[in-house]
Each structure stands twice: as C-alpha cells, then as structure tokens.
Design a protein around this ligand. Structure first.
Ligand code: G3H
Ligand code: 13P
Ligand code: ZN
Ligand code: NA
Length: 306
C-alpha cells in the first residue's frame, strides 16, 4: 500500500533496523528496487529529488510507483528528497507524495525552525509527514557546496524537534553525498548519534549520504571505459551499527547510480552489436535489484518488515 513513514519508523526503531530510502529517476530504478523489496518482504521509501522532479516529473514518478504498489503489494512511502521550499512541497503533495523533506540545514537555526514549522503545519494538515535537517553534510548538495562537516549538536536537535514538530530528523555525523566521502579512514560520530538517541527516545533519525560505494561496481565501471578515482563510501558495519541505534532511514542514491552504470558499461562492452534498450536497461535493472537485496540483508535488516 501507499503509506507514510510513521508506522515504518515505529517498527524500525523498535526492531533496531532501518528502512532503505532509494532515489528514483526512472522506471528501471523503481522496478529494480521494488522487486528486491518484494523478494525480501520489506517496506521501502522511494525518494525524489528536485533533480528527479525536473527529469521525470512528479506525475510520471507517482504513477509508476502506483503501478509498482499494484504489482508487488509492498508498503511504499513516496518522499520528497531535500525539498527546498513550500512551493515544491505543495506540488508533490498535490501529486500524492506521502512524505516530504524540508532541507533548511543551510539556514541559521532560527530560520530553519521557522521555515520547517511552516512546512510541518502545511503537510500535517494533509496527512503528510515531514523530515527536517539540522547540521551540514560536507560536499556538494545541488548547488550548495560545504567545505567541512558541521556536526549536529544534540541540544539543538532536541529543541528543534520540540519547536517544529517534524516527524524525523536528518543529522550530520560525518557522512556526505556522492562517491567520495572520505579521503582517509572513514569515521562517523557515533557519540552524537547515541546522545541524540538518549535525549529523544523513540524518535526516528535519518542518515543521508549513506551509500557504501561498492568497490566492485567502481572497478567494473573502470574496467569497461569508466574513470572513477578515489571513490569511498560508508563501511557496511557502520551503517549496520547506525541502524541498530536511532537511525530508521538510510538514504542511498550513489550506490544505485554505480550499480546501474557498472551493469550498463559491462553489458555494452561485452555485447557490442546489441542496441536494444530493453537488453541493457534490463541488465541495469537486474543489478539494482541485486544491490537492494544485499542492502536489505547486510545493512538495513528490514526483511519481513511489513
Ligand atoms: O541528495 C542528493 C541525491 O543524491 C539526489 O541527487 O539532485 O542529482 O538527483 P540529484
Ligand atoms: P548518497 O550520495 O550517499 O547515495 O546519499 C544520498 C542521499 O543522501 C539522498 O538524499
Ligand atoms: Zn541527502
Ligand atoms: Na534503527
């Protein structure tokens, strides 16, 4: 069924696991992800960035998700990823999204509170849940570039949640978006996550920038014409540990992109006379399914969560 994240997060918190939130941009990604979730009997969040809204449009994506629900019967929440403003939030709620993120992390604390509260009031009146963000992830996010991490302060997190009424909170503990997360040894601030968990018992925390960056996919890309250097993600054990703590939503986009690109490059290189999109997109879809099944088994722990 088409659901909000409310019940998903309640169960995930209780059961010490997390729900995967995968970015969708086209039919093959949607099918790869939901086929994996179907095979594991897992709930899932399909999330749509402003870039995806621009590429495919809210109605195309929403209608494909409706078809996926009809075919698989799994529980799916459709979520706006890094929503920039109320206007975008209104547009996706109109299209049928059940969850929205308002990313006010680049505003100062008071402005973030004010804008988030405005989104919460609008969304809650329509039965839609809201994810907010506090703290800044290093790296590039849309047009905004941050040189270094601004870790979430537990005191501020508590005040922010109380004042805004947001349903979940994305925090900064050392992850970043994209394929180049750590120059040296990966490190996350688990002490911050633990303190927020203690101060906000039962409250669902969201981890952005949580791709593991499969070295196998990177190597396959590079073996078949790619040039991806120095890619490093969050180690699986850290994601597993976070999922056992207050983290209930783990965001992954880069891993999908790498799986898709590796499969496409490999297929086209090994089948030079082939030009049927169903063949190479089919190979990509299959690789995405395999990736998501492994995520559910090794990282999220969300099998049989429906
Ligand atoms: O948070 C960023 C996601 O990876 C979405 O990326 O804006 O290029 O679709 P995008
Ligand atoms: P990755 O770049 O690690 O996949 O993170 C995606 C994300 O946080 C989307 O909001
Ligand atoms: Zn993100
Ligand atoms: Na959890």
């Amino acid at each position: 069924a088409l659901v909000t994240t409310k019940e998903m997060f309640r169960k995930a918190y209780e059961g010490k696991y997390s729900i995967g939130a995968f970015n969708i941009n086209d039919m093959e990604i949607i099918q790869g992800v939901v086929n994996a979730c179907k095979s594991r009997n897992s709930a899932v969040i399909l999330q749509v960035s402003t870039g995806a809204l621009k590429y495919a449009g809210p109605d195309y994506l929403m209608n494909m998700v409706d078809a996926a629900i009809k075919e698989t019967g799994i529980d799916i929440a459709v979520h706006l990823d890094h929503g920039p403003d109320l206007e975008t939030v209104k547009k996706v709620i109109e299209a049928g999204f059940t969850s929205v993120m308002f990313d006010g992390s680049h505003y100062d604390f008071e402005e973030n509170v004010r804008l988030t509260k405005e989104i919460v009031d609008y969304a809650h009146a329509r039965g839609v849940v809201v994810e907010a963000e506090l703290g800044v992830l290093a790296g590039v996010e849309d047009d905004v570039q941050s040189e270094k991490h601004v870790y979430t302060q537990p005191d501020e997190a508590v005040e922010f949640v109380q004042r805004t009424g947001c349903d979940s909170l994305a925090i900064a503990i050392g992850t970043s978006h994209g394929a180049f997360k750590f120059a040296g040894t990966p490190e996350l601030k688990f002490d911050i996550l633990e303190e927020i968990g203690n101060r906000l018992p039962g409250y669902p925390i969201v981890l952005h920038g949580a791709s593991a960056v499969s070295q196998e996919h990177v190597a396959t890309c590079n073996q078949f014409g790619g040039a991806i250097k120095g890619a490093q993600g969050v180690p699986k054990e850290m994601l597993r540990k976070a999922s056992e703590m207050a983290v209930c939503k783990v965001n992954m986009d880069t891993d999908i992109r790498l799986a898709m690109t590796a499969a496409l490059r490999k297929f086209l290189a090994e089948n030079p006379s082939e030009f049927d999109p169903r063949k190479y997109m089919g190979a990509a879809r299959k690789e995405i399914q395999k990736l998501v099944e492994e995520k559910i088994d090794d990282v999220l722990g969300s099998a049989n969560s429906m």
